[in-house]
Design a protein around this ligand. Sequence first.
Ligand code: ZN
Length: 114
Amino acid sequence: MTAKALLLAVARTDATFEPVLVDGRRALRGRCLHCNRPLVLLDDGTPVSAITLEHIVPKTAGGTDDLGNLGLACPRCNHGKGVRHDRRLRTSARSAEVIERLLERRRARWREAP
Ligand SMILES: [Zn+2]
């Protein structure tokens, strides 16, 4: 799956994303998994605002590419969770709590793709 297709697949399974028009083009508008800042992407997956794909359980900690482990985040939020942080995950109870909260939020937003 291409990066754009993956962004689109996550947006379509996230109930915060709703159809909108951007300059006459069909798009989806939803919210950052962390901070609820608005995120917009065209219906071919092209980001209108800056959007990053986030592995909720990081790959370095065994996270997968399953849609349920992926979320869309604004760059500011995603970059706050860098590799150095990820390496501490296995021993950091607080990071585990953050991940559990994000997984719960992703589940709460989940919808089957239309
Ligand atoms: Zn954010």
